[in-house]
Design a protein around this ligand. Structure first.
Ligand code: NAD
Length: 276
């Protein structure tokens, strides 16, 4: 009897924060993926675009997926959730995802302590990939920073990040992660050594200090430089994102990866199998 080779079923995903800058990039990238089927798109209740086709919102064709604020209904129809929305919304989404047993990829940054704890609790019931920066290049940079901060143990570290003028949280989640990585490599907790910007008579810079500076201007997608400096030399490691597609492609790769995992909290280093 002839056998029929069915193509493998596509992974059904919903995007949360779908009308936002990252949401639209995710819609465009998901529509080009042979493995993914976008079946849900969630926005805030006050979003003026509710009921509209998200393909049109993202500047491609009509894709038959309407923007909704009914997260429960949207979650029930999909395999995996991809959230780039707003801290309080992401925490609520994570609780609902845990209840409905839906794996989740979270890109949202700027969560407070209670919201972070909610994500941790949800990850006891579902697999969650949570990363402040989903690009491959930046995740390699995290690994390089860990190594460099240890190897150049007494060099001064300063982090300078630049983002578009609409960005809500400062410094960026990525800058904080870079700073945490560098501090941990030297045996410090970031809170004990961080200096956020400098103003006035702050005195001489302590050697262990990690300076963090946030620039907000124009339409910059995301630049991060980590500077290691001592007498006579400095080393600057810079990552520049020129389009949101690098984050969106990483998040969609994480969505495919997370679906087969056990409950737990994972990072992009796990997804990309980057050993630190
Ligand atoms: P944005 O403001 O353009 O989009 C966020 C969207 O979330 C908005 O459309 C908003 O209406 C929506 N939203 C708010 N409440 C909601 C709710 N209850 N349900 C569903 N949607 C809701 O912001 P953005 O530039 O797209 O960034 C979104 C988040 O992703 C930010 O926290 C940003 O820092 C982060 N980000 C992460 C990465 C990464 O690689 N991890 C990359 C870029 C941006």
């Amino acid at each position: 009897m002839p056998t029929t080779n069915h193509p493998p079923a596509k992974l059904k995903i919903a995007i949360l924060g779908a009308a936002g800058r990252m949401g639209q990039a995710l819609i465009r990238c998901a529509s080009r993926s042979p493995n993914l089927h976008l079946t849900g798109a969630v926005e805030a209740e006050q979003c003026p675009l509710l009921g509209k086709d998200v393909g049109i919102i993202a500047g491609i064709a009509d894709i038959g997926v309407l923007l909704t604020a009914d997260s429960r209904k949207a979650f029930q129809k999909v395999d995996t959730l991809v959230d780039f929305s707003f801290p309080s919304a992401t925490a609520r989404h994570a609780m609902l995802a845990a209840e409905l047993k839906k794996p989740m990829v979270i890109g949202t940054t700027g969560l407070n302590g209670a919201e972070t704890e909610t994500i941790r609790k949800a990850a006891a019931h579902i697999p969650v990939v949570w990363a402040p920066n989903m690009s491959l290049g930046m995740n390699l940079l995290f690994a390089m920073v860990k190594k460099t901060a240890g190897a150049l143990g007494d060099y001064n570290i300063e982090i300078i990040e630049t983002h578009h003028r609409h960005k809500k949280d400062s410094p960026s989640g990525t800058a904080l992660r870079l700073a945490e990585t560098a501090a941990a490599a030297r045996g410090f907790k970031l809170d004990d050594v961080a200096a956020h910007g400098r103003q006035g008579l702050v005195g001489e810079r302590p050697a262990s200090q990690i300076g963090i500076h946030a620039v907000r201007a124009g339409d910059v997608v995301g630049d991060h430089t980590i500077l290691f400096a001592t007498e006579g030399e400095r080393l600057e490691l810079t990552h520049r994102a020129s389009s949101r597609d690098c984050f969106a492609m990483g998040a969609l790769r994480a969505a495919e990866w997370v679906t087969a995992r056990k409950p737990g909290l994972y990072s992009m280093l796990d997804v990309l199998d980057i050993k630190e």
